[in-house]
Design a protein around this ligand. Structure first.
Ligand code: ZN
Length: 255
């Protein structure tokens, strides 16, 4: 196996959308020299993510409780996350954060679970993978008070001013399929100005499929379309985007 070219830093490979062809999908991902960080959203998917990582050299896992599932977070769950995190293939606590768009757990419960998991990550010296949807004000307030040692804002969406606020906190910005969506000029403008050494590539597979496959099931090989769009916006080659963003992922996740 030659060196990895690209790393998809956010996918959900345990998703039931892949039940029928997961092995084939993983094989073509590796054939394209793409590594994957597969991210849990609850205890069950965190365990599934780790299992995939243990079985494949170029898959690593994030373990954590998503804001949608925040009401399931408790001391017992935290204990289990801590156990999972002792495995060397666990490279992050995530995905964690706030989601005030769907509000599937009460907001105060989301905030508490988020803070607890930032503290867990800091204690374990792991980066955090952060979900933020329509919750930016509380997000920034929490991050300033409970600062993660390292981490990424997954599927960053916003303008350059918001990007700068996250960069000031030392975080990376995860950029995925939405960069290719027609209406997202604000995001394209931001990405054109965000330093490449602070950008991570991601797909959020099976969601957020980039153009030209928008509307279909997403998968890690499509991370290439994100790299191409970033290259176009910055006036550099896709190879340069690949080299720098892969280096960024290796540095943040220690892989
Ligand atoms: Zn996700």
């Amino acid at each position: 196996m030659p060196e990895l070219e690209l790393i998809d830093t956010h996918a959900h490979l345990d998703s039931s959308d892949y039940s029928d062809d997961r092995a084939a999908l993983i094989a073509r991902t590796f054939a394209e020299r793409i590594g994957v960080i597969t991210v849990g959203v609850d205890l069950e998917s965190s365990e599934a993510a780790l299992k995939l990582a243990q079985h494949h050299k170029f898959i690593w896992a994030g373990v954590g409780i998503h804001p949608h599932e925040a009401r399931t977070f408790n001391a017992q769950v935290e204990k289990r996350l801590r156990e999972l995190a002792t495995d060397p293939k666990v490279v992050a606590i995530g995905e964690i954060g706030l989601d005030y768009y769907r509000d599937l757990s009460p907001r105060s419960v989301q905030r508490d679970a988020f803070v607890e998991q930032i503290e867990l990550a800091n204690e374990l010296d792991l980066p955090v993978i952060i979900h933020n949807r329509e919750s930016t004000k509380d997000m920034l307030a929490i991050l300033r008070r409970h600062r993660p040692k390292r981490g990424v804002i997954h599927s960053f969406f916003g303008d350059i001013d918001l990007a700068r606020e996250f960069l000031k906190l030392g975080l990376y910005l995860g950029i995925g399929g939405p960069l290719t969506f027609k209406k997202n000029d604000i995001l394209r403008d931001a990405v054109s100005q965000i330093p490449l050494d602070r950008i991570l590539l991601e797909t959020d597979s099976p969601y957020l499929t980039p153009v030209p496959y928008r509307g279909k099931r997403n998968e890690p090989v499509y991370v290439r379309y994100v790299a191409e769009e970033i290259a176009r916006l910055k006036g550099i080659s896709p190879e340069q985007v690949a080299v720098i963003t892969t280096q960024n992922a290796r540095q943040l996740f220690g892989i």
